[in-house]
Design a protein around this ligand. Structure first.
Ligand SMILES: [Fe+2]
Length: 283
C-alpha cells in the first residue's frame, strides 16, 4: 500500500548545507509541510534539490483532523499544490486537533475516542484524500491527558479510522511509549492492534523523563526502551519506512546519521528474529 523507503531523517535547516553538499547515509527525508507551503524562496529551492536526489515525505501539523471544524480548504489547496510539485512518497499528519473556529493553537491535542469522533475523523480524512488524490497517513499522538468520554482504546480508534477512510497509519513508536507510560497503557497491545498492511511509516524520537510523566520533546537521542519497542514493531511491520525526528538540541548531521545506523541494526536484528527471541525470553 505504501513505498518502502528504508531509513530516513527529518530535514532540518541547520543541516541544509551538509545535506546538499555531501553524501549522507540517508535513504529519504521527511519535511514539515508547513515550512514549504510558500511557493518560491529558499526553502522551496532546497526542497527541490533534495527531492532531485532522494524520496521525500511531507509531514503536516495543521490539518487538525480531529477538530469539529471542517477541513481548512485554503490550507488543503496549498498542500495539494506542494504535493503536485514535490511528488512525495508519503503524505502524513496527526490524529489530533490543533485549533477551533479558525484559531490555530500550534499544539497537537488528543481527542476523545468516541463513535461520534470516529465518524467525523473518517469523513474528514476522506475529504483530504479526495482533494489530494492519494492516501494520507495519520500519526498516533503523544498525550498527557485522556478524556472521561472516551469509549474506544486509541489503537482501535486509529485502526478503525484507517479502515473506514482507507488511509494509512504513521506509527510513532516514541509516542506509543510516551503515552503508554503516561496512561498505563500496554505498548505491546497497542502494536498488536495495528493493521500491518496500513502501517506505512514509522517515527522514532527522543523524549524527556520527568519522573511522574514523560514529555515528547524530540530533544534527546532515541531511548533504549523506544529502541526495544521499535524492534518489536519491525518484527511485526517488516520493511516499513522508518525515520528519526529531532526538533530541538539538534546535533550535527553526522550524529543523526550514526543514530540512524542503530535503527538499521535494530531492524536487521528484528528481521532475523533476534528481537523476537529477546522479547520471548525477557518479556
Ligand atoms: Fe512523530
Amino acid at each position: 500500500m505504501f513505498p518502502r523507503l528504508g531509513f530516513g531523517l527529518g530535514l532540518r535547516t541547520r543541516h541544509y548545507e551538509d545535506v546538499l553538499g555531501g553524501e549522507p547515509r540517508v535513504d529519504w527525508w521527511e519535511v514539515i509541510s508547513e515550512n514549504f507551503l510558500v511557493a518560491g524562496g529558499n526553502p522551496r529551492r532546497v526542497l527541490r534539490e533534495v527531492r532531485a536526489r532522494w524520496p521525500v515525505a511531507l509531514h503536516g501539523v495543521s490539518l487538525s483532523i480531529g477538530a469539529v471544524d471542517p477541513v481548512d480548504e485554503d490550507y488543503l489547496g496549498r498542500l495539494a499544490q506542494l504535493v503536485a510539485e514535490v511528488e512525495p512518497a508519503l503524505v502524513s499528519d496527526h490524529l489530533c486537533w490543533s485549533g477551533l473556529g479558525g484559531h490555530a493553537a500550534h499544539d497537537l491535542w488528543p481527542l476523545p475516542y468516541t463513535e461520534e469522533a470516529l465518524a467525523l475523523v473518517a469523513t474528514k480524512v476522506s475529504r483530504v484524500q479526495d482533494r489530494l488524490g492519494r492516501r494520507i497517513l495519520l500519526e498516533n499522538p503523544s498525550s498527557y491527558v485522556t478524556f472521561a468520554a472516551s469509549q474506544i482504546p486509541e489503537a482501535e480508534f486509529l485502526a478503525e479510522v484507517a479502515r473506514r477512510a482507507d488511509c494509512g497509519i504513521l506509527l510513532d513508536v516514541n509516542n506509543i511509549y510516551v503515552s503508554a507510560r503516561n496512561h498505563g497503557w500496554d505498548a505491546a497491545a497497542y502494536l498488536a492492534a495495528m493493521p500491518a498492511a496500513r502501517v506505512g511509516q514509522i517515527h522514532l524520537a527522543g523524549h524527556s523523563d520527568h519522573g511522574t510523566h514523560l514529555l515528547d520533546t524530540h530533544d534527546h537521542p532515541v531511548g533504549d526502551a523506544v529502541w526495544a519497542l521499535y524492534g518489536e514493531a519491525r518484527a511485526r511491520f517488516a520493511e516499513v519506512s522508518s525515520m528519526i525526528e529531532r526538533d530541538d538540541a539538534i546535533p550535527p548531521l553526522a550524529e543523526l546519521v550514526d543514530e540512524l545506523d542503530r535503527a538499521r541494526q535494530v531492524a536487521s536484528d528484528a528481521g532475523s528474529g533476534v528481537v523476537g527471541r529477546a522479547v520471548a525470553a525477557g518479556g
